[in-house]
Design a protein around this ligand. Structure first.
Ligand code: PCA
Length: 211
C-alpha cells in the first residue's frame, strides 16, 4: 500500500490563520485514495517541527512526502526546487527561537533538490487554471528547515518536496494582498499529490529564470 505524508503549518508571525494547515485538513477530508494519506499540521518552531516530521517519517515510512507552508505575498502556488542547509530567521519562531546562520542539518551538504516531479506539477496546476510557478528559494525560516530536514530524513527513492501557498482570500491581511481562495489552495495541494503519485518521470519543460 502506498502511503503519502502531507503536512501544513500552524499560524505564525501574527497571522490569525495559516492556509497551508487549513488546506491540509480539507485535502484529508476529501481524500478518496487509493493511497493512504497521513496528514499533520506542524508547529512553526524550528526544533519541534523538524522533530515531528522525522517522527512521522519513521512511523509511517511514506512513499512520498509533501510539506506545505504559507508564503504571504506570493500570488501563485510555489513549487520549491531547492532546500538550503541554512537557518537565518528574520523573526522568532512560535517557541521564541531565532537561529541565525546555523545549518539546518549539521554536516549535510549545502543544498538539496526536491525530488518531486516539480515541472509536471506546475504544468498540471496551470492546466487546472491555478496560478503556479517554480521557486528557487523556500527562504531560510521554518519551511526551508522542514524541507531540508525531510530531504535528509527520507530513504532514497522517496519523493519529497515543499509547496508554498499564498494567503487565503478568507484570511487576507489587507484588501490589497495577493490571495487565492482556500478551496483553490486545497485543490492545488490535492493535484500536487496526484501528479507526484502518477507521474514517474518529470516533464522536460523549460522552467528556469534568467535572473
Ligand atoms: N511559512 C513559514 C513558516 C511556516 C509557514 O507556513 C516559512 O515559509 O518558513
Amino acid at each position: 500500500m502506498t502511503t503519502v505524508l502531507l503536512t501544513g503549518f500552524e499560524p505564525f508571525g501574527g497571522d490569525a490563520a495559516n492556509p497551508s494547515g487549513e488546506a491540509v485538513h480539507r485535502v484529508a477530508a476529501g481524500w478518496s485514495g487509493p493511497e493512504t494519506l497521513v496528514t499533520a499540521v506542524l508547529p512553526v518552531a524550528f526544533s519541534a517541527a523538524a522533530e515531528r516530521l522525522r517522527a512521522l517519517i519513521a512511523e509511517h515510512s511514506p512513499d512520498a512526502v509533501v510539506a506545505t507552508g504559507l508564503a504571504g505575498g506570493r500570488a501563485a502556488i510555489g513549487v520549491e526546487r531547492v532546500a538550503v542547509n541554512l537557518l537565518d530567521a528574520r523573526i522568532p519562531d512560535n517557541d521564541g527561537q531565532q537561529p541565525i546562520d546555523v545549518p539546518s542539518v549539521p554536516g549535510a551538504p549545502a543544498a538539496a533538490f526536491a525530488t518531486l516531479p516539480v515541472k509536471a506539477i506546475v504544468r498540471d496546476l496551470r492546466a487546472a487554471g491555478i496560478p503556479a510557478e517554480l521557486s528557487y528559494s523556500a527562504g531560510t525560516y521554518v519551511c526551508n528547515h522542514v524541507f531540508f530536514s525531510a530531504l535528509h530524513a527520507v530513504d532514497p527513492g522517496v519523493r519529497t518536496g515543499f509547496v508554498h501557498v499564498p494567503w487565503s482570500a478568507e484570511h487576507a491581511p489587507d484588501s490589497d494582498a495577493a490571495t487565492l481562495p482556500l478551496a483553490q489552495i486545497a485543490r492545488a495541494i490535492d493535484l500536487v499529490l496526484r501528479t507526484t503519485l502518477d507521474v514517474d518521470v518529470d516533464a522536460a519543460l523549460s522552467g528556469g529564470t534568467l535572473h
